[in-house]
Write a protein that binds this ligand. Structure first.
Ligand code: PLP
Length: 462
């Protein structure tokens, strides 16, 4: 049996697709996001199941018809072999019913490796089967670019062009991208902001000639395959914390709503989840929505947790679609109004359904620094500013008798300035990353100009 996927803006469901198409397409042609039309039941997983075994059991129904369990096992084994912990995603007990799910042990030290290491392998295999090649284009303010580059470097049927805003990403983040020597990796430093980079990517996708000529593809977090891969660690963490079963809550430092949405899917598959706590920094569009039922876009304001500096949380559309009773027409209308007005009131019964399952919390930069200091004093652990935003929210939403798992999304070494403010010293980079500080860099400076980016795409994409 294969599972069908539907766009969140599809009024009828006549255009349902299989996993392979969804993997390659990323965004649906109508501008919506692909979602599974059925949610498979949770397979039997215990505290003794290995991470790879859990991944195969959970993901198999989602990819049926595209990959077999054997193919999935091979890809997942390779994807998680390089993680610097035998459990892949270890869980640390912080005491008083609070636990830290450590998602930072992948090659680029941020949670995006968990999905991208596997998605990169799926993409390569599916392209190979279809005899196709693509050019992946992406804009990054830091973590996404390096995770995508690390996942796709050396793949024979994929070229990668990553745009970053010149001088506006941290040195560690830039070097993680620009010191990769694989011939299929291309870095461009745009004279502009992250938003300019993102606009260039959108403009490239909106040019059908260019899109077909170079076979453009995207691996940003709107790709269903990424959300799907992240379901796995919610399940393994719940089993680690409560081997005998029983409800667990999760707190997730949130930007594009991809990570916490994976927790919601885990719950819908049958995992006993009490609360899902959405933690944001001062860019709190989601927290304001959970408080009021109104989505209102403000301008993005830079914070100590830059990977959460987002006003439009793309993946939220998937939750709206489910809350609407999968009414693609109503979702398209609502998002049209949001785009036109910058503000929209979500229908009362959608809001009610969402409010029942989530809590939300915001934290400013000073409180983030104070949390890094306090967490270190209490546990001797150094956490990064994104993780700190989550930890603070987790503490506020602890309920007696329900273990709370807070997600650690990046290694503190990626954000040395915030850590120095909190602890008076800079964290050390792990050995395999320390060497990038002296390696030669490769990137091309470029004006904020679509023609130049298009020419670059044509020159690498054939
Ligand atoms: C991307 C990122 C986030 C936000 O995750 P979403 O899935 O976009 O909500 C949080 N923390 C870190 C370190 C990240 O890189």
């Amino acid at each position: 049996m294969t599972l069908a996927y539907r766009s969140t803006r599809d009024p009828g469901g006549d255009a349902d697709l299989g996993f392979g198409e969804v993997l390659l397409a990323g965004l649906a042609p109508d501008g919506g996001l692909y979602c599974p039309t059925e949610i498979p039941p949770l397979p039997a997983i215990t505290a003794d199941t290995s991470y790879v075994e859990a991944a195969v059991a959970i993901l198999e129904p989602y990819v049926a018809g595209t990959f077999t369990a054997d193919e999935l096992t091979t890809m997942a084994t390779e994807a998680y072999r390089g993680f610097r912990h035998p459990d892949v995603c270890p869980v640390h007990d912080l005491g008083h019913d609070l636990h830290l799910l450590d998602l930072t042990r992948g090659p680029t030290l941020a949670f995006k490796d968990l999905a991208l290491q596997l998605v990169g392998r799926m993409l390569e295999a599916e392209l190979h089967r279809r005899g196709r090649r693509v050019t992946v284009i992406g804009a990054t303010s830091g973590d996404t670019g390096s995770a995508a580059i690390e996942a796709l470097a050396g793949k024979s049927n994929i070229d990668v062009l990553i745009l970053h805003p010149r001088g506006r990403v941290s040195e560690v983040q830039r070097r993680q991208m620009t010191t990769v020597t694989a011939a299929n990796i291309h870095n461009v430093a745009i004279e502009g902001t992250f938003d300019d980079c993102q606009d260039l990517v959108k403009a490239a996708f909106n040019d059908p000639t260019l899109r077909n000529e170079v076979g453009l593809a995207a691996v940003n977090s709107i790709n269903w395959a990424r959300v799907m891969c992240q379901i796995v660690y919610f399940v393994t963490a719940a089993r680690a914390v409560r081997p005998e079963g029983g409800p667990v809550s999760f707190t997730v430092p949130t930007g594009n709503f991809g990570n916490v949405l994976s927790g919601w899917y885990a719950k819908r598959m049958g995992l006993e989840v009490d609360r899902l706590v959405v933690a944001s920094n001062r860019n709190d569009v989601l927290t304001r929505f959970f408080e009021t039922g109104v989505i209102e876009i403000h301008t993005v304001s830079p914070s100590l947790s830059p990977s959460m500096d987002i006003q439009i949380s793309s993946n939220f559309e998937r939750l709206l679609w489910e809350a609407s009773g999968r009414d693609g027409r109503a979702v398209a209308e609502l998002l049209g109004e949001l785009r036109a007005e910058g503000r929209v009131v979500v229908p009362e019964h959608w809001y009610g359904a969402i409010r029942d399952e989530f809590d939300a919390e915001r934290l400013d930069d000073d409180a983030t620094v104070a949390t890094i200091t306090a967490a270190h004093a209490a546990t001797e652990r150094v956490v990064d500013p994104h993780t700190a935003v989550g930890l603070h929210a987790a503490q506020r939403h602890l309920r007696p008798g329900v273990p709370m798992v807070s997600l650690a999304t990046a290694d503190p070494a990626k954000f040395p300035d915030a850590v120095e403010r909190a602890l008076g010293r800079r964290p050390q980079l792990p050995a395999h990353l320390a060497e990038i500080l002296t390696k030669a860099e490769r990137f091309e400076p470029m004006a904020n100009d679509l023609d130049q980016v298009s020419n670059k795409l044509r020159s690498i994409g054939r």
